[in-house]
Design a protein around this ligand. Structure first.
Ligand SMILES: Nc1ncnc2c1ncn2[C@@H]1O[C@H](COP(=O)(O)OS(=O)(=O)O)[C@@H](OP(=O)(O)O)[C@H]1O
Ligand SMILES: Nc1ncnc2c1ncn2[C@@H]1O[C@H](COP(=O)(O)OP(=O)(O)O)[C@@H](O)[C@H]1O
Length: 194
């Protein structure tokens, strides 16, 4: 029961102490977009560049988290909400370490992302829209999932028979059709108030 649980945070090393030691602030970069839009690719490129600059950064990616922590969840809207809720809670814990967490999740609805923002806190939440038209994602079809969805072999696939709502006011809008991977990662890094 929550009322019988007493967090010990007063005695722990505080976030501001960790950020001072790291030399930069922590936060959550939340990358949202269709499957194949480039979330994982840009997240990995940005993480590598940040690491090389001595920034404490870590990617949390949908495909990876769904093999472990969230292995019991599927792709109904209810499961997607729970998937991202758990990730938001994990990301919030990382932020206490002064980490810059780069979360890469389809996170298809505005309501779901608002719930994520509420958990993390608006001041630590940087929403990045990986803005790639469905036609291009489908042409890329990195994992062959669009072909399966079009053939009716995969149900509830985002953009095909499950909705995607684009962010209205993202912190950053990355139009990947007009950018190289390297450019997208650089724009992302330069935009962050580290
Ligand atoms: N039905 C359906 N819809 C969307 N995506 C699907 C689906 N089934 C499997 N996949 C694969 O799972 C990845 C998306 O997982 P996420 O955890 O990011 O999704 S969500 O945020 O909970 O909506 C997604 O990975 P990315 O391509 O990296 O986005 C797909 O590879
Ligand atoms: N400008 C770009 N930005 C990101 N990815 C790109 C770009 N141009 C081509 N791609 C390719 O598109 C694919 C995106 O796949 P992925 O990163 O797995 O997307 P997601 O994680 O959103 O599903 C990769 O094969 C990547 O090499």
């Amino acid at each position: 029961m929550a009322e019988n649980i007493h967090p010990i945070h007063d005695r722990l090393v505080q976030r501001n102490e960790r950020e001072a030691a790291n030399g930069h602030r922590g936060g959550v970069v939340w990358m949202t977009g269709l499957s194949g839009s480039g979330k994982s690719t840009i997240a990995a490129a940005a993480e590598r560049k940040l690491f090389e600059r001595g920034i404490f950064a870590q990617v949390l990616d949908g495909d990876n988290v769904r093999h472990g922590l969230n292995a019991n969840l599927g792709f109904s809207l209810e499961d997607r909400v729970e998937n991202t809720r758990r990730v938001a809670e994990v990301a919030k814990l990382f932020v206490q370490t002064g980490c810059l967490v780069i979360c890469s999740f389809v996170s298809p609805t505005r309501e779901l992302r608002a719930a994520v923002q509420a958990i993390i806190g608006a001041e630590d939440f940087f929403e990045v829209y990986v803005n790639t038209p469905l036609e291009i994602c489908e042409r890329r079809d990195v994992k062959g999932l669009y072909a399966k969805a079009r053939a009716g072999e995969l149900k509830n696939f985002t953009g095909i028979d499950s909705p995607y709502e684009a962010p209205e006011h993202p912190f950053l809008d990355l139009k990947t059709a007009e950018l190289t991977i390297d450019q997208a990662a650089d724009i992302l890094i330069e935009s962050l108030p580290l």
